[in-house]
Design a protein around this ligand. Sequence first.
Ligand code: ADP
Ligand code: ZN
Length: 435
Amino acid sequence: MIYNAKYECMSREDMRALQSGRLKATVKTCYEKSPFYKRKMDELGITPDDIKSIDDIAKLPFTTKHDLRDEYPFGLQVVPQDQVVRIHASSGTTGKPVVDTYTKNDIDMWAEGVARVMAAGGVKAGDMVQVSYGYGLFTGGLGAHDGAAKLGAVQLPTSAGKTEKQIMLMQDFGTTVLACTPSYAMRLAEAIHNSDQVSIDKMKLKAGFFGAEPWTEGMRKELEEKLHIKAYDIYGLTEMCGPGVGGECEYQDGTHLWEDMFFPEIINPETLQPVAPGEFGELVFTSLCKEAMPIIRYRTRDLTRLIYDKCKCGRTAVRMDRILGRSDDMLIIRGVNVFPSQIEACLTEFPAFQPYYFITVDRKNNEDTFDLDVELRADLYTADPQKQAEYVKPLFSQIVSMVGIKPNIRVLEPFGIERSTGKAKHVLDKRDFSK
Ligand code: ADP
Ligand code: ZN
């Protein structure tokens, strides 16, 4: 079902006109209310009058994750606090998280984005949506929750974890729709198949909305077979609101982006210039309706391309190809953001270790693996696993507390890690998200 045909199926000309009006209003607000954007625009010698239509968007400055951290927590908010009704923050990174604040209209817009995605996958009143994304500062839980609410569906807020209980409720309550990360969906599928208490044949699942991390067509196939569902991709990021910036339709042939709310561009991450239509590059978003914290030209670091052909479903909303990877060094491992620099920071707190390390990320049985190779100082080196463990234990704990996920630490012999003369390479990501 198409939730809001007016916007999802708007002609390109009408969409450009709508985007132009909304961009002008957003830029004006930012210039007048945000010292950060005023400074950025002043540096480029532009004022809101230079933005006459959406075609002028490339004149505007970019916003980066660094900018958002510098403005922590509320530097980019342009409304008084009494208009803010919700705050979320992105997970995973050290130090200051990236914060997003929401007015009531922002929450409504966000819920509509998720509702459009879920409606496209057939969700309606009477469905029971089990929200197994984490509830909390993370946008996944409440985002999916509010979207389901907008459709009048039953919200079952199980949050992530307690897998046995999740699958018991799934069967006993007759859950029809599952919303969680694709890796957690795999975990649930596995638990269902290994359980004597529940059986997929007794379940009523028909659809799943999976996102917040990259996944593959192979995983889709497996989830669809194991859970007897259609598995839809849902995309989003905290900076724009959360999940529901876009999602797949019944044809599962690209993620429709809700362009009336978020204007997408693809740029070359090196030159920062727009790429030719249809080419791969870094996805950049400008919020067109956000009230509390509007964002201009946010560099997502996500690498993808945009498809403007009309989709078989009738929607004109542009489609985005699967996210190929990220243009910065940030890894997403088991859904958690990991910067190699965090590992380095941990390592340097333990003088027994050399400051050399190498991370290998892979995906085995649909779960991310995270191997961390390190070196002991040559004079402390020991091949005895028990003695190694004494050194490794505190490092392991420190990484778990800083980064939030558990590495498999391997102690190499002295000089086991390649020394570099130029830029050091710290990461090998063997996961292939192109299939
Ligand atoms: P966090 O920073 O806590 O991970 P976000 O939820 O804001 O918080 O993460 C957004 C990022 O997650 C996106 O920029 C993208 O890299 C990734 N992501 C979200 N949804 C998808 C998806 N469906 N496919 C691939 N990557 C996704
Ligand atoms: Zn479509």
